[in-house]
Design a protein around this ligand. Sequence first.
Ligand code: HEC
Ligand code: HEC
Length: 397
Amino acid sequence: MTENTQDKNQDTDQGTDQTNDHGEGKSRMVKVWDLPTRMFHWTLVAMVLIGYLTGWVFAENTMGIHLWAGYITVFLLVFRLTWGIFGSEYSRLETFVFTPSHIIEHMKELITLRPVKHYIGHNPTGSMMVFGLLFVLATITLSGLMVLGGEENQGPMAGAATYAVGDMAATVHNGFVILLLAMIVAHVGGVYMEMKLTGEELIKSMITGLKKIPANTQDLKHRNARPLAAIVVMIAVLGPAGTVLWAMSAMPPSGLLDLEPNDVYESECGDCHSPFHPSLLSSDSWTKMMLDLENHFGDDATLGDDATAVEITTYLTKYGGDKWDTEAANRFRVVDPKAPFQITATPYWIRKHKDVNPEFFKLKKVGVKSNCGGCHTDHYSGSFDDQKIKIPKEKKQ
Ligand code: HEC
Ligand code: HEC
């Protein structure tokens, strides 16, 4: 730990000569990663970790946090690209664009475990990883926005993305999330290898910003960061983009109808159980059910007169599942052929509720599993949003 802990503001022009064999014995410290770049790195690590935890491990009820991790990641990506232009020397993207031959040479060194050349900034494989990660993270966050809009009818894409688009985006989202995991493993493995082979303390340098390099290694011509320019560009990009997204968020969600309540339906079909949201069965199923109310799940649910039956059938078919493009309507369309009119027998319902504590269904305010509104506070809207699930507090009587 000798000499400079400060930037070496050498104004040499041999900027590209950044490699040199080590073994000179003497070394010096160079400031490589500026504070914003380090903060970017570790905040991103935290966001990705939170993303995995809330998306995979504690799924569903932590969706709110998952979304925030995503939004912050988008901000970080915009920041990093901007900082890649205006940051200090080694944060600039142009300083770690390598030719394919450089990359292949470096990979060969890593694979054959030959002592690796020193790079002050990112080495060739590391830089490839940076660009790869930026691309994969951008894809993950953008597809995530499409899933949110298409499947959950939330966020800026709610009005624009259909369920089918959201469903496709979900495949991309999940695929890239696995790809990202593989890249993280490769990244961490690569850093480990590089540390073993060159003796550089890469992790420490991403914390302190300083890197110990052989004394004879040439610095790049050091350019200072231009934070003001970076802030101006960030505002110029995020301002309009944010405004557009904000405006889009205000659009009515696609496929979510404005359901007018129907008193006759609610009183007649709410007699024995709370009335179901019309989107939970297809118009076709409602019609068939209404034609056979005598044999209604072992009960006789025959209505007083035909006019009532017609009114209810008209209402239910007007708002049947085929008229909606919500996740619930799309999923409940797949019914169990042995019980085609039973929402709670659909594969989707069973899958989504298999981990719900059975005791919850016996709570006084719930009573039976078909009492959707007992737990889903937004059931009247047909959304069945994860964030709107509330298990009643009271105990079973
Ligand atoms: C006489 C009482 C009674 C009336 C009136 C009644 N139902 Fe039912 N309904 C039942 C019973 C009992 C079940 C089966 C138990 C359950 O799912 O709660 C059931 C189940 C259902 C289910 C399936 C729920 C599930 O588990 O997935 C639907 C859908 C349904 N009823 C619709 C209607 C409609 C529409 C009307 C009005 C025309 C109606 N019911 C009126 C007694 C009734
Ligand atoms: C005892 C409370 C309870 C009742 C009653 C209940 N649910 Fe749920 N439901 C839950 C919980 C909790 C989850 C989240 C489970 C999970 O994903 O881990 C859930 C998840 C769902 C989801 C998936 C939401 C999503 O976006 O992932 C749908 C749709 C749904 N329920 C519909 C229904 C319908 C329709 C009914 C009535 C027929 C119903 N639920 C009755 C507790 C309940």
